[in-house]
Design a binder for this molecule. Sequence first.
Ligand code: NAD
Ligand SMILES: O=C(O)C1=N[C@H](C(=O)O)CCC1
Length: 252
Amino acid sequence: MSEPIRVAVLGASGRMGATTVRAVQEAEGVELVAALDAGDDLRAVTDAGAHVAVDFTVPSVTEEHVHRLVDAGVHAVVGTTGWDDVSLGRVRDHLTRAPGVGVVVAPNFALGAVLSMAFARQAARWFESVEVVELHHPDKVDAPSGTARHTAQGIARARAAAGLGPVPDATTQSLDGARGADVDGVRVHAVRLRGLVAHEEILLGNPGEMLTIRHDSFDRVSFMPGVLLAVRRVADRPGLTVGLEDLLDLGA
Ligand SMILES: NC(=O)c1ccc[n+]([C@@H]2O[C@H](COP(=O)([O-])OP(=O)(O)OC[C@H]3O[C@@H](n4cnc5c(N)ncnc54)[C@H](O)[C@@H]3O)[C@@H](O)[C@H]2O)c1
Ligand SMILES: O=C(O)C1=N[C@H](C(=O)O)CCC1
């Protein structure tokens, strides 16, 4: 039998980090060797001999964590949001100087959410209108959600590839923000409501019809199969992988 994958969790006291610690402790073929939170020295990851570090921290520190892990030859699985093309580009570039090291950055590890995004990309070229609504717990620090950004970017790519123009919209806002944020030409709306965990609706409209694609994470355990999949596969994927689509054979 092969040795278990040695896993460190960063942000281990947080909502996602604590759920990940439990999932790793309960899963086969993986072993929790370090659990760090704010104020802990990242060197504990290498001291513990971790092969993979999972980062569920905050947008302001996650990129620095990834660069330090890459320097140490530790694979990274990152769920923390706040990434953009520039920060992802820096990691991609860094990885060219660290052959064999893999980094997976995924805005959403829930299998249903990843499928929703794939379905939205598939549907996008057939609809004139599209908008994204993300709904989360009110303790979330960022908006729009990383998932909503990723969803909108995928839809925008699919629309452009199909030669679709801008979505129809004759509205002039009388109050800033009334029409949500513009992500590559796709409107994204953020709801924050006590009682929610993580939810998303993609609304696609044509004359006389609407298609709604909706995903609900009612519990953070929903993210764990995806996190464990990435932990098990990251070492076989040197370089940067963005999103879980490739790991589920869903295409970008
Ligand atoms: N990819 C996904 O599937 C997914 C799912 C849920 C949440 N998220 C994202 O994960 C992140 C964390 O979400 P959360 O709800 O667990 O937040 P949280 O606030 O509950 O947890 C964040 C934790 O990070 C810790 N932290 C802060 N700075 C740190 C540092 N320098 N080193 C180590 N730990 C540090 C905090 O003390 C806290 O315990 C957010 O960006 C969120 O959007 C992603
Ligand atoms: O609870 C959060 O915070 C979540 N963040 C991710 C995002 O911003 O997309 C994933 C869903 C939960």
